[in-house]
Design a protein around this ligand. Structure first.
Ligand SMILES: C[S@@+](CC[C@H](N)C(=O)[O-])C[C@H]1O[C@@H](n2cnc3c(N)ncnc32)[C@H](O)[C@@H]1O
Length: 179
């Protein structure tokens, strides 16, 4: 509902990414399945936007097929042109492929916080693909500061907003002790 409301307000809803948790919170339900996923929405304010897909590519499961190589021996660059165009090589030849939209990341307890925190590895691809080096990342619900921590790790700046002053302290401690 949030995603559709944002789209109504002019945002482009580019993708719904599934965060699949291998270790979800158990639920004592008998009339539905236990929930083991959450959504990550990729929203943009304009049709064209920054997205560094190369920075988050993942290991390919299959080898590139010979028929997909051009005369330079490169795997075709599908996103930029026809599959036999020369020059660029993206997927396959290096054993990597474009990141898929189901992300398998286990939840990890954060010893400082009693509320649900993001695992670092969930935020890594968001930071890498969504913001250039030295750019600025906004987290309006900063909690324990995971976004700031990951932003710093990847040489990005960040702005965090948090309602609860105790959590602000937790975030500052975590970020400072990691630097
Ligand atoms: C689930 S936590 C976020 C956890 C965070 N992703 C992390 O990894 O630690 C949500 C946070 O949003 C904060 N929050 C809720 N409403 C807010 C508001 N209106 N403005 C700022 N922060 C708010 C809560 O205090 C809480 O710390």
């Amino acid at each position: 509902m949030a995603a559709f409301a944002l789209r109504e307000n002019g945002w482009y809803l580019r993708q719904d990414i599934i965060w699949a948790k291998g270790n979800p919170m158990p639920e004592s339900v008998k009339d539905r399945c236990t929930k083991s996923h959450e959504y990550i929405f990729l929203l943009s304010k304009s049709r064209k936007y920054y997205f560094d897909y190369m920075s988050i590519k993942e290991p390919a499961v299959t080898q590139p097929k010979a028929r997909d190589k051009n005369k330079e021996g490169y795997q075709a660059d599908y996103p930029k042109g026809d599959r036999f165009s020369s020059g660029e090589r993206v997927y396959g030849a290096d054993g990597m492929r474009n990141k898929r939209d189901v992300w398998n990341v286990n939840i990890k307890p954060c010893k400082e916080a009693h509320f649900a925190t993001f695992p670092d590895t969930l935020i890594d691809p968001c930071v890498l693909a969504g913001c250039p080096e030295c750019g600025v990342i906004l987290d309006p619900f900063m909690g324990s500061g995971t976004t700031g921590l990951v932003a710093r790790r990847h040489n990005r700046n960040y702005v965090g907003i948090e309602l609860n002053p105790d959590y602000v302290q937790i975030a500052e401690n975590r970020i400072n002790s990691a630097s």
